[in-house]
Design a protein around this ligand. Structure first.
Ligand code: AMP
Length: 114
């Protein structure tokens, strides 16, 4: 694993962990864009959503259950945004699949794609 998230998974650099099991890790984004900004990642090295295979689908489903659980824990279950940037052209900087969970303040109904 060559990305910064690989280093976090291996414990080589620290993170503010909010969830972990054998397959999934979630932690606070280092540069939060909202009062709650969490990243949910698989421990398996998957570059992005486009690379997800049929066999990975149970893992992605489990990631979504973790999203629900964290939204509840962080008090944003009634209003949040979940997004993933796919590939450099989609604004992805860290090429290890991750879901951004954002909330804690009113989010605009439109997407700012700038
Ligand atoms: P993306 O543009 O979708 O690849 O987003 C990568 C995200 O990772 C950004 O929101 C960064 O702030 C976040 N990030 C990068 N390095 C770290 C780190 N060491 N700990 C926590 N979040 C990080």
């Amino acid at each position: 694993m060559s990305t910064v998230f690989g280093k976090i998974i291996r414990g080589e650099i620290p993170c503010e962990k909010v969830f972990e099991n054998e397959r999934i890790l979630a932690f606070k984004d280092i540069a939060p864009k909202a009062p709650v900004h969490l990243l949910i990642i698989p421990k398996k090295e998957i570059p992005n959503l486009q690379s997800v295979s049929t066999e990975d689908m149970p893992l992605v489903t489990e990631m979504l259950f973790v999203v629900q659980q964290l939204a509840q824990e962080f008090g944003i279950a009634g209003g949040y945004r979940l997004l993933t940037n796919n590939g450099a052209g989609g604004g992805q900087v860290v090429h290890h699949l991750h879901f951004h969970l954002l909330g804690g303040s009113p989010l605009k109904s439109h997407l700012d794609l700038g």
